[in-house]
Ligand binder design. Structure first.
Ligand code: NAP
Length: 318
């Protein structure tokens, strides 16, 4: 693929009936500065990314919005409708009366009239007056899922987001949500990679028509919240070598073959390109036998708190 060739990424159809490109461009980074995010997102559009994953807590909404405006100006896309934009409701806004204003603020940051997907970022609420990324244990307050979801449905009904969904929801929490939801969640975005394959959750979501989007699909190597275990795996190194691909490409191809979507973050042009080049090979039985033996352990441990929130989020589920 030449540096100017745009690669077409396949879509899946969500139960909300909207299409979502399988590959999303992640924008979570500890060092998000506007110029870097804008340049990376613009480059991503040139390369063929059409699905962008942001959140009010990432500090990337505004720069992504500027990249979209620039892409329109340059004619890289002819309409905003060609893009699939996801953003997320942060913990301090995870209260029924704060959902709509939070979405309006995200739209304002992005310079958009609607989102394609708005997600409840975590099934946890923090005190509204405390807005930050890492919370202390005593800054959390009880989460009113029913009230928050009713407000999410209102956002959808107002036309401010085409689909609504959740993130970091266990099967138990999804079961709870589905017991009263008028609009079921279209997506559950969770940690999912070769070291945390989430079979139960994937099967449950498939049965309920909820599309899974994998975050940290490479294990979030090189970040403070993730681990290098996926990218350093000897098993994956061997599989990658056999296919003449990289470990990242094998990891992303496996996700694609599982029928899920994913958001992968790179601000490096070569790696951005590499992460799109997963449609010209397939994993074989022998690869799957090896993959099934990879030790399973959650890799993203330092969630939105200065302590490990896995037990709070996952009810001990694996
Ligand atoms: P990730 O995509 O698994 O890994 C990102 C790391 O991998 C970066 O350090 C990146 O560095 C590196 N990388 C990317 N492509 C590579 C390649 N081909 N070879 C080698 N290294 C590569 O982890 P993530 O950022 O945690 O997850 C992806 C996205 O999911 C996020 O950006 C965010 O949008 C979303 N997310 C959502 C949640 C949630 O709670 N809903 C949580 C975490 C993440 P370079 O940039 O230097 O290439």
């Amino acid at each position: 693929m030449s540096s100017t060739t745009k690669l077409a990424v396949p879509n899946v159809v969500l139960q909300s009936s909207f299409s979502m490109p399988v590959i999303g461009f992640g924008t979570a980074s500890e060092t998000n500065d506007g110029d870097t995010v804008k340049a990376a997102a613009l480059e991503a559009i040139k390369l063929g990314y059409r699905h962008f994953d942001t959140a009010s807590c990432y500090g990337s909404e505004q720069a992504l919005g500027e990249a979209i405006a620039e892409a329109l100006k340059l004619g890289l896309i002819s309409s905003r409708d060609e893009l699939f934009i996801t953003s997320k409701l942060w913990l301090s806004d995870n209260h029924p009366h704060l959902v709509l204003p939070a979405l309006q603020k995200s739209l304002q940051n992005l310079g958009l009239e609607y989102l394609d997907l708005y997600l409840v970022h975590c099934p946890m609420s923090a005190k509204p007056e405390i807005r930050k990324f890492f919370y202390k244990e005593d800054e959390f307050v009880p989460f009113d899922l029913k009230g928050v979801w009713a407000s999410m449905e209102q956002c959808h009904n107002l036309g401010l987001t085409k689909s609504i969904g959740v993130s970091n929801f266990s099967t138990q929490k999804l079961e709870d949500l589905l017991s009263f939801a008028t609009i079921p969640p279209a997506v559950n975005q969770v940690e999912l990679n070769l070291s945390w394959q989430q079979r139960n959750l994937r099967e449950y979501c498939k049965a309920k028509g909820i599309m899974v989007t994998a975050y940290s699909p490479l294990g979030a190597n090189g970040t403070s919240w993730g681990s290098n275990d996926v990218m350093d795996s000897e098993v994956l190194k061997h599989i990658a070598h056999v296919h003449g691909k990289t470990i990242a490409q094998v990891s992303l191809r496996w996700l694609y073959e599982q029928g899920v979507t994913f958001a992968v973050k790179s601000y490096n042009k070569e790696r951005m390109k590499q992460n799109l080049e997963i449609f010209d090979f397939s994993l074989i039985n022998d690869d799957y036998q090896k993959i099934n033996q990879i030790k399973q352990e959650r890799k993203v441990k330092n969630g939105p708190a200065g302590f490990d929130v896995a037990d709070l989020l996952w009810d001990g589920e694996n």
